[in-house]
Design a protein around this ligand. Sequence first.
Ligand SMILES: *[C@@H]1O[C@H](CO)[C@@H](O)[C@H](O)[C@H]1NC(C)=O
Ligand SMILES: *[C@@H]1O[C@H](CO)[C@@H](O)[C@H](O)[C@H]1NC(C)=O
Ligand SMILES: *[C@@H]1O[C@H](CO)[C@@H](O)[C@H](O)[C@H]1NC(C)=O
Length: 136
Amino acid sequence: MLRKISLFMLFTIVWSYQKFQMLIPNGDAVPNPCAGQSGIWGGVGHNVAAGGGLNNQFGLDFNSSGKVWTPEFCQKDSDQDGKSNGFELGDADCKWTPGGTPEGIATGHPGVCEPMNSSKCQQVNKNITCSPSNYT
Ligand SMILES: *[C@@H]1O[C@H](CO)[C@@H](O)[C@H](O)[C@H]1NC(C)=O
Ligand SMILES: *[C@@H]1O[C@H](CO)[C@@H](O)[C@H](O)[C@H]1NC(C)=O
Ligand SMILES: *[C@@H]1O[C@H](CO)[C@@H](O)[C@H](O)[C@H]1NC(C)=O
């Protein structure tokens, strides 16, 4: 029973972040910035790669923009690392619309300040958790 419930919860989490991935450029291809980890950070708006739980600043800003990739949200630097959300997600010119092909690939994580453990990032990344790792 417990197992069924947690499988259901996992499914729900994965389903909800996959739905949101399609609303931002390269949402399903954001690299995991944690040291020694490869693969994708599926829950882009969350503090853990697998999604669920609290939002990171990018997730909060996504919610504030009405879950729409607006020019303002694209130009914002949610994680305060000096690179705009659009730049990190491969849409530096903020031209992408849902269903379209972004002009570039995602080069960074818009909700995790990078380089991750640099002094400018300590506060922003306070709630970012590098483990457990991503599922993919
Ligand atoms: C940053 O520090 C945390 C905690 O020590 C560690 O888990 C993580 O892998 C580090 N990330 C990088 C990119 O060095
Ligand atoms: C998302 O935004 C709505 C208003 O648009 C607000 O009521 C809600 O608390 C926000 N959720 C989070 C997690 O910030
Ligand atoms: C970290 O999480 C706490 C709630 O547990 C929240 O109040 C705080 O604003 C968060 N800080 C950052 C930088 O995300």
